[in-house]
Design a protein around this ligand. Structure first.
Ligand code: NAD
Ligand code: UDP
Length: 329
């Protein structure tokens, strides 16, 4: 079902990343012109290679920490590494990407009178003291910890979005994305779903950080990009912030068992130290997304994992056996 009928010139920053590449596909299928901007730091050209010949698709190499001058009427600001391993690799660049990236894209939105959606995150809730997390919760973030370049960067970006809205009347949408997984996650991304699948496919131990009793709620990528698009095209005035995620909650250990079962692997579990400030529990309250733009996730964890396993299995048979990336703790 099409969400809207108007053909739009849409910018997707971080469009060559995991979520961004799926979003570009959806937007093209909906009839829009898509300009994909990326610096290829965690994304890859091969994620959008199949779109390069499309007459309404354009790929531009650009870093959002620098200003951008293009003509657009919709902006999805996704540029930013999302995996803790990747965003902690160069934390100063992560903060710059979050803050300067938001600033430059908001300036562009203001100039172009474009509507802009920010890919914010459940990390703005930090290690939450309230469960599940409603949008009204202000969060519990360590401002000086290993995760703060990302958490505080994304919180500052939200602050900028609302100030541009109040001060300059920019038409904003702020989506708080909860853990999302699916095909095109990089085998060395470092996030739990891709790590466990790669380890299981290689018959290696699955690395559980801590006791594995911490929880996450995993959303399949197709559900996520449908939610982002619906939010973008929802009636004017609905700024959010809105949680988008799958409220089904699993422990990390549950996830490991399910991955072993679905891959038919003989892998065992190996326990490693829990990284500092790792949130103990996470589950979105999603009634606002349902009310505002009639969105609910549909893909179960088992089904989504099957599709992700098929993808990573294919990739490993081409690329060999890269080691998964691990946190420095
Ligand atoms: P990803 O790392 O696969 O994609 C990020 C993309 O942004 C990559 O293509 C990368 O090369 C690009 N990028 C990074 N810094 C850039 C810069 N300075 N200039 C231009 N491009 C840059 O991660 P993802 O999972 O696709 O996440 C996309 C967005 O969604 C991020 O903003 C992330 O914070 C947000 N998000 C994702 C999740 C999730 O579970 N996937 C959860 C919460 C929020
Ligand atoms: N995790 C794990 N093993 C791994 C990678 C991650 O046990 O190989 C844990 C991590 O400590 C966290 C959860 O899985 O509790 C989700 O981690 P991820 O990096 O995917 O995302 P986060 O929600 O922490 O940003």
């Amino acid at each position: 079902m099409r969400v809207d009928s108007a053909q739009r010139r849409t910018l997707v920053t971080g469009g060559a990343g995991f979520l961004g590449s799926h979003l570009c596909e959806l937007l093209l299928a909906e009839g829009h012109d898509v300009l994909c901007v990326d610096n290829f730091s965690t994304g890859a050209r091969r994620n959008v290679e199949h779109l390069l010949g499309h007459p309404r698709f354009e790929l531009m190499s650009h870093d959002v920490t620098a200003p951008l001058h293009v003509e657009v009427d919709r902006i999805y600001n996704l540029a930013c590494p999302a995996s803790p391993v990747q965003y902690q690799r160069d934390p100063v660049q992560t903060t710059k990407t979050c803050v300067l990236g938001a600033l430059h894209m908001l300036d562009l939105a203001q100039r172009e009178r474009a509507r802009i959606l920010q890919a914010s995150t459940s990390e703005v809730y930090g290690d939450p003291g309230l469960h599940p997390q409603p949008e009204s919760y202000w969060g519990n973030v360590n401002p000086v910890g290993m995760r703060s370049c990302y958490d505080e960067g994304k919180r500052c970006a939200e602050s900028l979005f609302f100030d541009y809205h109040r001060q300059h009347r920019v038409d904003i949408r702020v989506a708080r994305i909860f853990n999302t997984y699916g095909p095109r996650m990089h085998p060395q991304d470092g996030r739990v779903v891709s790590n466990f699948i790669v380890q299981a496919l290689r018959g290696e131990p699955l690395t559980i950080y801590g006791k594995g009793l911490q929880t996450r709620s995993f959303c399949f990528v197709d559900d996520m990009v449908a939610g982002l698009h619906r939010f973008m095209e929802a009636a004017p005035g609905g700024t959010g912030p809105v949680n988008i995620g799958n409220p089904q909650e699993f422990t990390v250990r549950d996830l490991a068992q399910l991955v072993i079962e679905l891959t038919g692997s003989s892998s065992k579990l190996a326990f490693a130290p829990l990284p500092r400030d790792d949130p103990v529990q996470r589950r979105p309250e999603v009634s606002m997304a349902e009310q505002m733009f009639d969105w609910q996730p549909h893909v179960s964890l088992a089904e989504g994992l099957r599709r992700t396993i098929a993808h990573l299995d294919g990739l490993l048979s081409i690329d060999g056996s890269p080691q998964v990336a691990a946190t420095s703790g």
